[in-house]
Design a protein. Structure first.
Length: 82
């Protein structure tokens, strides 16, 4: 069930809001993968930061798709040395 919600949000570029370890997170979801331990995780950019973070499926609760708010993926550029 979570995978379907996340996949729809990723493909439509909808933001997500959920509880993670009892903290409310608003996320721009980028992709789903498995971590080194084989647990399913989702990677995305947390609002008000430029850092991409990993969240384990097992710890995610109360998912809400914010379909009124779309995002554009931010691709970090490394400044080239002259």
């Amino acid at each position: 069930m979570k995978s379907n919600i996340f996949l729809a949000a990723i493909s439509n570029r909808y933001k997500l809001k959920f509880l993670y370890n009892l903290n409310e997170i608003e996320l721009d979801p980028y992709f789903i993968a498995n971590n080194k331990c084989g647990k399913k995780v989702i990677y995305g950019r947390v609002n008000n930061s430029f850092e991409v973070k990993m969240f384990e499926y097992d710890k995610i609760l109360n998912i809400k798709v914010l379909d009124y708010s779309k995002f554009s993926p931010i691709i970090p550029l490394i400044p080239m040395a002259n």
